[in-house]
Design a protein around this ligand. Structure first.
Ligand code: ZN
Length: 344
């Protein structure tokens, strides 16, 4: 029988201190050349081992080979000039210096496929691979060529689809697209954002997921959250259309957030990766706190469709805290599994 409540993380996990500066986003690498290539692979092994020791059911690469969840993918594309940088406001929230799209964008060769093959060799567990979503990609760039967010997103969707098909062939079980931008640009999401996402998954036979969160636990995000009021109803804007989409799994933020849990009803029928770990605090959840969040989610998500997860990536946390949170996630899921098996 398939295990109920398979656990996973949203994606990123802390890197070892010998590979990159800890507790920092966009942290520069500490190695170069072949040493860096080997170092990334070793870090991937360590990250996998930590997930396996914590009994995480669906494992990932911990995003050990990328500096950032969006820019590392874009760096591998042609048509984007990384020297020519402009300051833009990402997700209407914080300013960042980003590269410029100067010509037609295309993917000359695969970006993560070798890393995915390497991970596949290391484990028999199901693996999940995260890619940035088209809308989040265009929001992390300055466009001086297409002059249309929709057109550029569509081009990225085609590129992501090529990459996704190769990841599937490499043995990835779930391909996840990170779309925090879906929590900000509601009209665009409904007009073309979900369509672009469906273009990115066209023809895939493996499972697909979209991760929509309130971001890493960095100051720009926690400040933004303070402006959102007592109830965060952003999901209400995009869930109805997502429910009708071809995406299999919705990954979202629940624990310690002000998202009214009943909004999960809007994606009834989909599998849901329920964020039961807060990534914006160093406090490690107790298994009972995790179980409590899962129990609430079970009112709106059928047990066979509930996937306990983290709210977002844990890259900015210390390894010790991340490890504690992985263990809490497993232990919390186990409490609910026991409750469910007593019931049936
Ligand atoms: Zn996230």
């Amino acid at each position: 029988m398939k295990k109920l409540l398979p656990t996973s993380t949203s994606g990123s996990l802390p890197k070892p201190t010998w590979l990159a500066q800890p507790e920092t986003l966009w942290s520069p690498w500490k190695l170069q050349g072949q040493e860096l290539i080997d170092g990334k692979h070793d870090a991937l092994r360590v990250s996998l081992q930590e997930q396996q020791l914590a009994d995480i059911d669906i494992v990932s690469d911990g995003e050990q080979t990328r500096q950032h969840f969006v820019t590392t993918f874009i760096e591998h594309l042609s048509g984007v000039d990384f020297e020519n940088r402009k300051t833009v406001t990402i997700r209407n929230r914080y300013e960042a210096s980003v590269p410029t799209v100067v010509g037609p964008v295309s993917r000359q060769k695969s970006v993560f496929v070798e890393d995915a093959k390497f991970l596949r060799q290391q484990t028999d567990k199901p693996i999940k691979w995260a890619l940035p979503g088209p809308m989040t990609m265009i929001d992390t760039l300055y466009d001086d060529h297409y002059k249309s967010r929709e057109k550029l997103a569509w081009e990225f969707a085609k590129i992501l689809n090529e990459e996704a098909k190769e990841l599937e062939a490499a043995g990835v079980d779930i391909i996840q697209f990170d779309e925090p931008a879906f929590n900000v640009f509601f009209d665009e999401v409904n007009e073309w954002g979900i369509a672009a996402l469906e273009r990115a998954i066209e023809g895939l036979k493996c499972e697909t997921a979209v991760h929509i969160c309130y971001g890493y636990g960095i100051k720009a995000n926690t400040d933004w959250k303070k402006t959102l009021g007592s109830e965060w109803r952003q999901y209400e804007e995009v869930f109805p259309k997502l429910q009708k989409s071809n995406i299999d799994i919705i990954s979202l933020e629940c624990h310690n957030s002000r998202v009214p849990i009943e909004l999960l009803e809007l994606v009834r029928g989909k599998k849901v990766m329920v964020g039961a770990i807060d990534v914006a605090t160093n406090t490690i959840e107790t298994p009972e706190e995790v179980a409590d969040t899962l129990r609430k989610a079970l009112q709106f998500v059928d047990a066979d469709k509930l996937y306990p997860c983290t709210n977002c990536g844990m890259a900015p946390l210390s390894r010790e805290v991340a490890r504690g949170k992985l263990n809490a996630l497993s232990a919390g899921a186990d409490i609910i599994r026991k409750e469910l098996s007593a019931k049936y």
